[in-house]
Design a protein around this ligand. Structure first.
Ligand code: AP5
Length: 242
């Protein structure tokens, strides 16, 4: 439900108004970020979202919120997620279909972690066709598996904002605490070396075919995701401005 505008502070209203004015000059973009766990999709997405005025739809975050809230969706998803397996196509397709209607997705979207199977990609295409749109670009975060364990096991997250840190590569100013709010950081239950093995196996078997699916549509750009975060951002920026 929309907030009562009388209850929104003037500073928040002005900030949102300025954001919308800046966004009106940006072109619409519909993007997919695909890559194995820890490849940097969640690190780059907030930067792309702000720069290009897109909404960020991360199925992993949505599912984790549903698990935490113990909704019927969360109850169904929990077991598969803890084992590092994919949850069923029907569950995730439903949440994306609903999320695409959000006003913040008006200028386009970043899909982070979806589609993860060819069936999900086909269903997404059907959803977009009904809306008279299609995927513009797929950014393939290509990286060697050997680099991922250190990235995943060192990751810390600020749950309410989604800000991501890393003990070695992107440490917070004070250990265990979010730089902006001072709130505690958490580690994800599936961020262990053992569960990472299953997540990688699911990626290679079920998600890599999605990259081929979009390659045939000539919309895939490979991003060298093993580079430093700034260099990865530059590659993303170059791809999106072309
Ligand atoms: P999800 O939440 O989507 O997890 P994931 O795909 O495994 O991806 P991650 O969030 O782990 O990695 P990331 O690429 O975002 O890495 P990050 O930027 O944080 O999915 C979780 C689960 O939900 C799945 O296993 C499945 O069960 C279920 N699910 C979700 N979507 C589904 C779907 N569509 N269908 C079915 N099931 C679904 O970076 C990692 C760390 O590295 C961070 O600490 C970061 O600081 C650091 N880092 C980032 N970039 C760099 C860099 N360039 N150099 C050095 N360090 C870096």
């Amino acid at each position: 439900m929309a907030a009562n505008l009388e209850d929104v502070s003037s500073i928040d209203l002005m900030t949102e108004l300025l954001r919308r004015m800046k966004c009106s000059s940006k072109r619409d973009e519909r993007l997919i970020l695909v890559g194995p766990p820890g490849s940097g999709k969640g690190t780059q997405s907030p930067l792309i979202k702000d720069e290009y005025c897109l909404c960020h739809l991360a199925t992993g975050d949505m599912l984790r919120a549903a698990v935490a809230a113990k909704t019927p969706l969360g109850v169904k998803a929990k077991e598969a997620m803890e084992k590092g397996e994919l949850v069923s196509d029907d569950l995730v397709v439903g949440i994306i279909d609903e999320a695409l209607n959000k006003p913040s997705c008006q200028k386009g979207f970043i899909l982070d972690g979806f589609p993860r199977t060819v069936v999900q990609a086909q269903k997404l295409d059907e959803m977009l066709e009904k809306r008279g749109t299609k995927i513009d670009k797929v950014l393939n975060f290509a990286i060697d598996d050997a680099i991922l364990e250190e990235r995943i096991t060192g990751r810390w997250i600020h749950p309410s904002s989604g800000r991501t840190y890393h003990t070695k590569f992107a440490p917070p100013k004070a250990p265990g605490v979010d730089d902006v709010t001072g709130e505690p950081l958490i580690q994800r239950k599936d961020d262990t070396a053992a569960v990472l093995k299953s997540r990688l196996e699911a990626f290679h078997r079920q998600t890599e075919p999605v990259i081929d699916y979009y390659a045939k549509k000539n919309v895939v750009t490979n991003i060298q995701a093993e580079k430093q975060p700034m260099e990865v951002s530059e590659q993303v920026h170059k791809t999106l401005s072309s």
